[in-house]
Design a protein around this ligand. Structure first.
Ligand code: ZN
Ligand code: FE
Length: 258
């Protein structure tokens, strides 16, 4: 069995400590900072053997160097195209590679869009999406096209089973749900989730993880076939071509300005 511990870092980042309960070996997803990760490792009495970086951005890899200095056996995973961009990287993932620590074995999806080397790590019915998918949102397109991000969300992550739990990189859920409502105000599930998440946040709790089923119902970037979203986009850009990828591109632009 694998246990997951959420570690809030920086302003609104999440690192996740994955513990192989049989061996007490552990992996850390996106250590933005070393200190809170080291505290959690001590607290849980585990042996940290791997870092899983979802992409090269500073707020996801900033703890790598200190952790590698303190735990020299660490394997540091990232996409092969992030060579030179992920500090201390030792494992360069390419299609078909597996990701192991303790007795856990996972896979990865290559998700270009937010960055060209962005990946999602998948362990059974659990996935770590970094800044590709957020609850009710997606990352900004720094190095990819809207079409790539559409595929990353809808075909790659969207190809996982409905019950998959999605652990994302930032606590942006409330703002994302507000944007989702602005383009699909008739979607009661979005309103209900916004009420629930607002309550959760005001009591100091976090909204991670979500599930793929929930995202299909509330994430506008996975709802590009919704009639109401089409109507919203069309009212903002009359004469809009209504292909799903064009809807996606427009949604991403509207979100940038929201
Ligand atoms: Zn990022
Ligand atoms: Fe980030």
């Amino acid at each position: 069995m694998m246990k997951i511990v959420t570690i809030p870092c920086l302003q609104d980042n999440f690192a996740y400590l994955l513990i192989c309960e049989k061996t007490q070996h552990a992996a850390i997803v996106d250590p933005s900072e070393a200190i809170p990760v080291q505290k959690a490792v001590q607290q849980h009495g585990v042996r940290l053997t791997a870092i899983l970086n979802t992409h090269h951005h500073w707020d996801h890899v900033n703890g790598n160097q200190v952790l590698k200095a303190n735990f020299p056996e660490l394997k540091i995973f990232g996409h092969e195209s992030d060579r030179g961009r992920i500090p201390e990287q030792t494992e360069f993932l390419k299609n078909g590679d597996s990701v192991r620590f303790g007795e856990q074995s996972g896979t990865f999806l290559h998700n270009p869009g937010h960055t060209s080397g962005a990946v999602t790590y998948v362990f059974g019915k659990t996935a770590f999406t970094g800044d590709t998918l957020f609850a009710a949102g997606c990352g900004r397109l720094f190095e990819g096209t809207p079409a790539q991000m559409y595929d990353s969300l809808n075909l790659q992550i969207g190809g996982l089973p409905d019950e998959t739990e999605l652990y994302f990189g930032h606590e942006y859920t409330e703002a994302n749900l507000r944007f989702a409502l602005s383009v699909e105000s008739g979607n009661a599930e979005i309103q209900n989730k916004l009420t629930a998440v607002t309550e959760l946040r005001s009591s100091g709790k976090f909204s991670t993880p979500t599930t793929l089923a929930e995202e299909r119902r509330t994430n506008p970037f996975m709802r590009c076939s919704s009639a109401e979203i089409h109507a919203s986009v069309k009212s903002k850009e009359p004469g809009h071509n209504l292909s799903e990828k064009e809807i996606f591109r427009t949604l991403r632009e509207l979100k940038n300005k929201f």
